[in-house]
Structure formats: C-alpha cells, structure tokens
Design a protein around this ligand. Sequence first.
Ligand SMILES: [Zn+2]
Ligand SMILES: [Zn+2]
Length: 267
Amino acid sequence: MFYADYHIHTSFSSDCQEEMENQIKKAIDIGLKEIALTDHVDFDYPDPQFPFMIDYDKYLIEFNKLKEKYKEQINIVLGVEIGYQPHIVKELEDFLAIYNFSFIICSMHVCDRLDLYNGDFFEGKNQKNAYLRYFECVLDNVKGYDNYDVYGHIDYINRYGNYDNKILSYEDYLDIIDSILKIIIESGKGIEINTSGFRYGLGHPSPQFPILKRYKELGGEIITVGSDAHRKEDICFSFDYAYEMLRKAGFSKITVFRNRKPYFISI
Ligand SMILES: [Zn+2]
Ligand SMILES: [Zn+2]
C-alpha cells in the first residue's frame, strides 16, 4: 500500500476537469494516508489558452471544507506547483507570502518565455541544443530562486519535442545535471518522482533512473512521489514502479511535508 501522492491537480487548474472532492475520495478509496493538492500557478504563461491562475480565496474555501470533512480518513496538504520564470519572481514572492502553503513544487514549464508543452520552445533547435538549454534554465532557476520544497519533474524536457527518440541520454548532460542536483541538495531542497511520464509514453517516470541514482549518490534525501494526476484514475499511477526505483537507488524513505518542513516515512 502506498502512503501518499504528492502531486495532484484539481479542476481549479485550467488543464484539469476533475473536481477536488473526486480526487480526495479516490485517494481515500485506495488507502492513502495523505495527499498534497498542487494546483498550477504559472504567472505570465505564454499560451493564453491556459491561464494558470487560480482564485485562491475561492480555492481555500473549498479546500478547508473538504480537509475538515475528510480529516478522519486522510490528511490533505495544501500544496502548489509554481511555474518558474526569471521575470516573475517578484509576483511569485508576493503570491507565496499571502497564502500559507505547506508544500511547494517548483517546475519549469516555460523556458526563455517559450512554452514546452505546445512545442514553441523546440522550434529551430536540434534535440541536443533544446535539452541543454532547458537544463541551463533549470540551473539558473535553482541558483537564483529557492522558495520551494521540491523541484518538479526535473527532466520534463523529454516529455515534449517532436524527436524520433525523446529519451534523454543522461551521459550527455551529466555535468549540468550534477550542478543542478548539488545546488538543490545544498539548499536543503528535494526532488520528486513524477510518474506521469508513463502516461506520456516515455516508459519511465521523471526523473529517469540514472538521475535519481545520482541524486542519492550526491547526498539527496528529500524525495516526494507524485502522479501529477489530472484525473482520479491517475492517482498513484505506476507507484509500484516508482517505489521499486527508489529502493534500487538506495532510498528507504519518502518525504512528506508539514508547513514546509520535511518528514520522512519508511517505505
Ligand atoms: Zn508540471
Ligand atoms: Zn503538475
């Protein structure tokens, strides 16, 4: 049985139709002890189709109501998935100062103001240049911004991009990935295993195994496991695989958060 799913969206995210209560009920049904709801906040998202902004005053009313309603069955953690871009740091800080999040995932969905999801970022770049530029942006991100708890889907770049073989050859980006992981560890942050890679046909979660193993070798301990579920069916999707991967990489614990502080749960 799995303990927690730490990356779940609800219909408050503009790319998700699933009601918050459905996600919670499903998590209870499969026996989870806790979940983190981590809806999207992406300031200045380049694609106007997805205004990733949430009315948090409204959100919190629903969240608090359901947290109370189901408190005997499950602990629901108020989380958020922020999309980092260097020019929106002030907005992010102002936003995060208002609300009392217990858990913050920092993700890069937009690089050089170009959307990865719709493919704009890949225009005119070969695979090597695109992947390298993405990691340079992540490196700048972790160097210049630390108001988060775990870095989201750290090799997100291989989810999109119209290349024949999307799989990332870890060896080609070893130095820059090491630099990123070291900063994350030194600043007391963590990473997540995000199992949505299976749903994108990648055949592995994010990060892929060599990166997870390297993170452990470098001293990384803080690790959450999340499905990135946008539908209730996807809660804990492929978690057996993720847990196996964790054990293989040498982890015996996963991480949960209370008021931004990590706590460790044996697996
Ligand atoms: Zn994301
Ligand atoms: Zn997400």
